[in-house]
Design a protein around this ligand. Sequence first.
Ligand code: NAD
Length: 605
Amino acid sequence: MNDGIITVSLGDRSYDIFFGTGVYPLFQEWVTRFFRSTPVFVVTDRTVHSIYGDDLGKWLSGVPHDVLSLPPGEERKRWDAMQEIYSFLARKGAGRDSLIVALGGGVVGDLAGFAAATFLRGIPYVQIPTTLLAQVDSSVGGKTGFNLAEGKNLVGAFHQPRAVFIDPAFLLTLDERNLRAGMAEVVKCAFAGAPSLLESITACAASWKEMSGDSWISVIRGAVAFKASVVERDEREASVRRILNLGHTIGHALEQASGYRRLLHGEAVAMGLAWEAIFSRRHGATPPGLERRLIDLLLEMGFAIDDPSLPVTAIAAAIGMDKKRMVSDIDMPLLTGSGSCALKRIPVSLLREELPSIREELRVIAEERAWGAGKEKTHPPEKETPGEVPAGPDEAAPTISELERRVVLNPRDVDAMIALAEAYGRAGNPSGAWETIKEVLGQDPSSARAQRVAREIEREVKEALPEIGESTSPLLEEVVILEEGVFELRPADRWSGPDEDSGDAGDPGAGVPDIPPETSSAEAGALIRTVTMASIYWDQGRQEESIRIIDEILRRHPNDSRALAWREARLGKRAVGREKRLVSSLTAFLRKMTKEFGYDVPGHH
Ligand SMILES: NC(=O)c1ccc[n+]([C@@H]2O[C@H](COP(=O)([O-])OP(=O)(O)OC[C@H]3O[C@@H](n4cnc5c(N)ncnc54)[C@H](O)[C@@H]3O)[C@@H](O)[C@H]2O)c1
């Protein structure tokens, strides 16, 4: 039952990690030995509680305890969950001698751990991790914390647990996606510094899901032993602990670019491992072939090595953000051998520049593999592949990679970004197109061309990805352009007129930016004129500006009914009055001339 103990040696903060299938008798013994007469407070989530609630009652029979069951999920790893834990502890009378038990995945572990670090200035806690990720990573090392709306893990504390109880039987109820996500951290440990673990996971790469309980314990133990040895050398991540970030520099960026929703942490780390291995080989740190070994292993295990719907611009923007702070260099672990890595200081700009080439290499690898596996041939493309943009008859259209390179080198190159968004759209990647054009609008909300492209993409996204389409970008929803460089945030009119390409420019008054479809980049900043804009100016008392807008609309579209109606409604009387005044003063002038100088003035004047 007990398959060995690993001790994390940290002086008076040292603790034991117990492993075993059916490890709960050890947990029982440990609790009754150290916390028999003091209350125990279990923090878990509803999913885990629904599966293991009864068992928990048995494990803690005879021990006074209370259970708090939180809603599950990363999106709940936030302040209100923390408050709930604090008030649970306060209501139930937790004292400094009480014990908190974190029963669950990394979310529960991080929350309960932070509560333990801070409640009454720190009380003891133990971890019973129930996901693979928590067993091999988050339950060991004492990092705790929660997310803010502004970013992930922005609030945290180091607080080592008093013990960790790891039982692979929990994995039997874990879904495959979460199980695989945990495996990414195992692969990371293996390549970062555990060569024997690397051998054993390579041996069972394709069949890792069918591992027996003993094999699981051996794999988990191998990863934990490595992590514990690193934590012992650098508890607070001042130096060597950063090698545990292998795959995380780009992994975090991918996770952030995915909005922390689409990708699980482990899935992003697996991709990050692949991307960083290629980067590291390109810069001579990784022996040729090793990066391919890593990537093949990930693919064998069923991981994706890229998510092409994440625009490279968003990934580039997220790289180098350290807890919301932009840094210019990062200490990045680079693979130096099978089971070894070294920290190198890397300029963020260099890493960003390489992203398009890395993505291109990964695309080729994935295609080769799919081809080799006899799967459906993915090229040459009937239509487009994510890497190639079909050129028009006379033009050599830049490839997606070329455009990606341009925008990564110059993230303010709005022309390239718009072209990239359009290229993603043509290549059947609406999500990438959507994210890219949103970024353009974020940078330059008053770009008429970006607005036009955004509306086209929005229509496509709504068809292709209803779930994204429903949550329309606030940029598109709310930016109302008054003139170049002048815009307001408020509900914008929606385009509902005929297709611009049909030759009928539609009714500009319906809120369509009044820009011809072939607007050049130089003209992209041209004024956007709509009847709604005119009305906004009119209501603001800026009559001259609004009349100028309507005049411009009518100059381009003399029969525009909405603009004509607008003009008549507001200027009809005024205009007529002004004309009458003009005629009568001219007549008076001519009469005077006739009288004084004898001119003959025709009556109809
Ligand atoms: N503190 C650290 O050092 C550290 C390290 C890595 C990751 N993390 C954090 O860990 C978190 C991710 O952890 P996670 O992947 O465990 O996610 P999680 O805690 O959200 O668990 C994933 C899902 O699995 C369910 N679940 C848990 N155990 C189960 C079981 N045995 N059977 C069935 N369902 C089960 C949960 O209810 C949840 O829905 C992130 O917040 C990340 O920041 C922390």
